[in-house]
Design a protein around this ligand. Sequence first.
Ligand code: G3H
Ligand code: ZN
Length: 287
Amino acid sequence: MLTSAKDMLLKAHKEGYGVAHININNLEWIKAVLQEVEELKSPVILGVSEGAAKYMGGYRNVVAMVTELDKSFNISVPVAIHLDHGTYEGAKKALEAGFTSIMFDGSAYPFKENLEKTKEIVALCKAKGVSVEAEVGAIGGEEDGVIGAGEIADPEECRELASTGIDMFAAGIGNIHGKYPANWKGLDFEVLAEVQRVTNGLPLVLHGGSGIPEAMVKKAISLGVSKINVNTECQLAFAAAVRKYIEEGKDLQSKGFDPRKLLAPGVEAIKKVVREKITLFGSVNKA
Ligand code: G3H
Ligand code: ZN
């Protein structure tokens, strides 16, 4: 059932669990995630970066694929189609194409410009019942070709941005996109608690969810994180499973070269990561 992310996050925030934002990269990803969350009776947010949308044939095609699979699989759990790290123009195009949730990532702009542009996107999205995510403190690491500065969010800026009417808030607290370095210092829980205080209990978003120790994820949820974004762990698992299938020569067996057979181990690997994350975040049977 396609919906905005607003109600699922308010429920998660109230009941103290997290909703998984799983980035999708192609048809197989969408099928794997939808089938797994339906089995777990869990809400889910399908994250779509601008690069992934382009790869999948554009925003409208992504909406069409998710909408049709949602119907043909009889998906009963809440599913949001969420633009991830959207640019100002991308946010407007994705909204027009039928996305049910939009992140406008203005963290690279000077704060006042981030604030003004966020207000515009909020007004456009609210008119369509579409949820909105904003960000202060650019997340570090690399995501889909975008390098983040890795800033710690300024609580005063968080307070101002939260007052624009957004539904969820991403604050840089030392989290990083992609693999975490061995000398990573961990999440800044003091800043996280302060961000939650100044945003008056708005559901918070933890980007860079791949590779964060489970205890840290649980602590972040206890401090107000209601949406946790995961992409890299699914991509690594998919690649390793398909590589193993090929290295074992299974693609050389009869019809083993069929792309549906070739990709099948990767699909199962995605499902396994999704199941692990949803179990950790606590949203099983929370649909
Ligand atoms: O926006 C997407 C997420 O922040 C993905 O982060 O690839 O480190 O899991 P990750
Ligand atoms: Zn992110």
